[in-house]
Design a protein around this ligand. Structure first.
Ligand code: TXA
Ligand code: MG
Length: 321
């Protein structure tokens, strides 16, 4: 059900959920200070209670409403990349909901780059908890129709068009090490590359601390998955061979390809060889292929190069069974 900005403000202020557009993916938003509103997010998504939510805020001045400190390192990141596809995890103020943080001592914050959602944040005066607007482990939505397909038509959606980045934000944690020095580490790869952040703030990241890594529950392997099994291939030749085998066995296939080379004789979607354009279209392509209800989606893996890291991460998870 599509709704307008004014109605979205009312719905959120009375403690209900609204699917909201961001530049990365659509989020399922609720007032981050309202316990029962937060519970609704977990219930609708069927998300385990140990998986914390990101708080979307209107601007960097609101960071101190949620975090105990806004260290210079994090401020540099915020000035360089907010509004934008970067989520910063900081130490949470004690009053921040444990439902929101899933019992952790940290809180994840982001200023999204979408005019409609920025207007929503400013006019409502709320911080909005918003995970991706899909059922737990399913594909993230990048269009209103994906939200409706995944969560049902009753969910109110603020229609902001297609998400132009197309995959979830880069997540970093900024923390103090045992010597009191401020460090940062990458928790989830996104289209904003680790090297780009390093260059902007002039401080290299620390290699992911495994003890902290286990605290990012959304990073378990089965995630971002279409319902149809996905088979991945590193060459077009292998993909074509597999296609013939499936065809001989009478199994319907569909394919997701890079732009170039011979195509199998089945429904296929070809994506651009440029990672930025590929990311923008990826989830929509997977949603469309999934809707065909074929036996298997054959997927040509993009090259193992730095610019593709976040995409490869999502594809590996999508293919994991
Ligand atoms: O682009 C995005 O980040 C989208 C849009 C809607 O903003 N949101 C999104 O939310 O992808 P979600 O819930 O699907 O993924 C958020 C990830 C989860 O893996 C969660 O475990 C992690 O962020 N996370 C949230 N709070 C955290 C915290 N305090 N510490 C570590 N990880 C956290
Ligand atoms: Mg998600």
């Amino acid at each position: 059900m599509r709704i307008r900005l004014e109605e979205a403000i009312n719905v959120l202020q009375r403690g209900d959920v609204v699917a909201i557009p961001t530049e990365t993916v659509y989020g399922l938003a609720a007032d981050a200070r309202n316990e029962s509103a937060l519970q609704k997010i977990y219930a609708i998504k069927e998300r385990p209670a140990n998986n914390p939510l990101i708080v979307h805020i209107a601007n960097r001045h609101q960071v101190i409403n949620w975090a105990t400190q806004f260290p210079e390192l994090a401020q540099k990141m915020a000035s360089a990349f907010w509004p934008g596809p970067l989520t910063i995890v900081l130490d949470a103020k004690p009053e921040v909901s444990k439902t929101l943080t899933a019992g952790q001592e940290t809180v994840a914050l982001r200023v999204p780059q979408h005019l409609l959602t920025l207007a929503l944040l400013e006019k409502s005066g709320l911080g909005l908890a918003a995970p991706s607007a899909n059922k737990y482990t399913q594909l993230s939505p990048t269009r209103p129709a994906h939200v409706e397909r995944g969560l049902g038509n009753e969910i109110p959606v603020l229609d902001g068009g297609d998400c132009h980045i197309g995959i979830e934000s880069t997540i970093v944690q900024v923390y103090q090490d045992i010597n009191g020095a401020w460090q940062w580490q990458l928790l989830r790869a996104g289209m904003l590359a680790e090297a780009t952040i390093e260059a902007a703030i002039e401080q290299p990241s620390v290699t992911l601390d495994k003890r902290i890594a286990t605290k990012v529950p959304g990073q378990h392997l089965l995630h971002y998955s279409p319902t149809t099994p996905l088979s991945v291939f590193s060459t077009r030749e292998d993909l074509l061979k597999a296609f013939l085998t499936h065809q001989q066995n009478g199994e319907a296939c569909a394919a997701l390809l890079l732009d170039e080379g011979r195509v199998p004789d089945c429904f296929s979607i070809t994506l651009n060889n440029d990672p930025v354009k590929y990311a923008e279209r990826l989830y929509d392509a997977l949603h469309r292929l999934d809707a065909l209800q074929v036996s298997v989606i054959l997927l040509e893996m993009p090259p193992n190069e730095p610019a593709w890291i976040a995409i490869l991460d999502r594809l590996q998870r999508a293919a994991f069974r």
